[in-house]
Write a protein that binds this ligand. Sequence first.
Ligand SMILES: Cc1cc2nc3c(=O)[nH]c(=O)nc-3n(C[C@H](O)[C@H](O)[C@H](O)COP(=O)(O)OP(=O)(O)OC[C@H]3O[C@@H](n4cnc5c(N)ncnc54)[C@H](O)[C@@H]3O)c2cc1C
Length: 385
Amino acid sequence: MKHFDYIIAGGGCSGRSLAVRMLPYLEATNKRVLLVDRAQKKENDKTWCFWEKESDIFEPTVFRRWNHLSFSSSSVDKELDIQPYQYKMIRSGDFYAYTDQILAHHPQVSCIQAEVEKIYTEKDQAYVVIDGELFSSDYTFSSIPKIQEKRPDRYHYLLQHFEGWVIETEDHTFDPDCATLMDFHTPQQAGSSFVYVLPLSANRALVEYTVFSEQELTKEAYTTALKLYIREQLHCEHYSIIAQEHGLIPMSDHPIKAQQGRVIYLGTAGGFTKGSTGYTFRFIQKHTASIVEQLLQYGDPQVRPLSAARFSLYDATLLNLLISGRISGEEIFSRMFQKNSATQILKFLDNETSIFEEIQIFLSLQKQEFAIALVNRTLKLIRSN
Ligand SMILES: Cc1cc2nc3c(=O)[nH]c(=O)nc-3n(C[C@H](O)[C@H](O)[C@H](O)COP(=O)(O)OP(=O)(O)OC[C@H]3O[C@@H](n4cnc5c(N)ncnc54)[C@H](O)[C@@H]3O)c2cc1C
């Protein structure tokens, strides 16, 4: 049986983030890592957007950045000052190429393309079956999606699904310095839905139609919504579609185990997708950075939870409200952006606010509706126990 100090199962966003961050630790300790993914990872299969105050290690892969954002709905039209944050976009293809370049020739990292068939933990080892062969490790980090067989009634399950087009227009349609974070000028029948517009230049942008609902839409429904938005809101009749992206991110308050014995879960598989927004990229970066900090300090990769438990309660309450339909996503986010500074909201969505700051935000929201959602969520938990 082959042994590696660490195995990273899944070389997508979180697997590669961890591998690159681990390099100084590997060099200092002479330890070895096996990184395995079933895919070659050459395609540009996702676009990651996130906000941050400072530059992180993947700054060289940032494709575009914006200092200004805007929010629009039937009741609010607002340019958002997000300083000291910047809103950034990384194309996964660039990220894979950059990390390949760093990892591929590193003597302490072995990268293989193969199928992970099984992962299990016994005593002080983690075992991984890869293409029929058994490997052992001191720890295995896995971002392989977990199949959720049971969906207990006490939790909420919603999908964030989206279709995005990179379009090129004949005229100068976009302000390259300002990205649209949310524009609710879309039909709201299918669920809370909005469009975001990320300008790549004055005549090129990623226009993405996003819906929060329990089911995905038909291909035609996404197409109709995007065409309508481009015509009615961007006032653009003539354009070509350069690239397309479709995605689905599960939004849930179903707790996910971040560790089982010697197996540590990363990324979406580890529960690092924020239940109420689907944002994951920054949480992955914070998690993988803290694993490496622990390794460097104590030689042990086990970390404490990244966020205080109360943030899961907030996510669950918001999910309850969105699923119940008592007030729409448009009403919730409009009030949030109307009454609070954008930087406070971004800090809150990063799970980094203090309780005092959170009280300020809650007082600005639809208090009665949120209180009912909190009670309903608690009753749901109690009744199905
Ligand atoms: C289209 C899309 C757009 C997104 N945009 C954003 C965004 O803008 N901002 C944000 O914060 N979040 C975004 N997300 C959410 C999240 O950031 C991404 O899903 C991110 O890629 C999650 O990283 P991960 O490492 O958990 O999973 P992945 O990046 O999917 O990595 C998992 C890896 O496991 C491999 N794998 C799976 N099964 C096996 C197996 N059996 N054997 C070997 N390998 C296997 C896969 O090939 C994959 O490479 C987006 C998600 C999608 C789907």
